[in-house]
Design a protein. Sequence first.
Length: 159
Amino acid sequence: MTPQIWWMDRLKIVWTNLLLDSFRRWTGRDLIERGGTVEAQAERLFVAPFVVVSHGIEPDPVLNYGNRIALDLWEMEWEEFSRTPSRLTAEPVNREERARMLAQAQAQGFIDNYRGVRISRTGRRFLVEQALVWNVVDDAGQKQGQAATFARWTFIENQ
């Protein structure tokens, strides 16, 4: 699927709804305006002016959602993005810190004001600031993944 329409897939629309419902569950707020159909909400999230990414619950979790800004920031099209283990969004030196942050979010439901360095497919490094990370859960409260959103990042010159 092309990156412009992959989010229209029925399973992605269901996942988008889980992302949005879980965000509301943990924070008491809506990530986007929730009016209209689930399809309209999926489109609204895909074109939102901030990053939204998520991964599943595999032993080595794989990215399963990235909106347009996330795909651009990590310099990937959907097909490559959706096959990428989420740990690869951080450099090896930053993966332990990333794992600690995800464990903290797992224990608390969500964390906000996270700050950390990430890396794109081409090696471009960027500092993420004021990120919110939350557990994605189904209606029964069973964990289905984790997600993050942020609107502030700064590119870091390679040294």
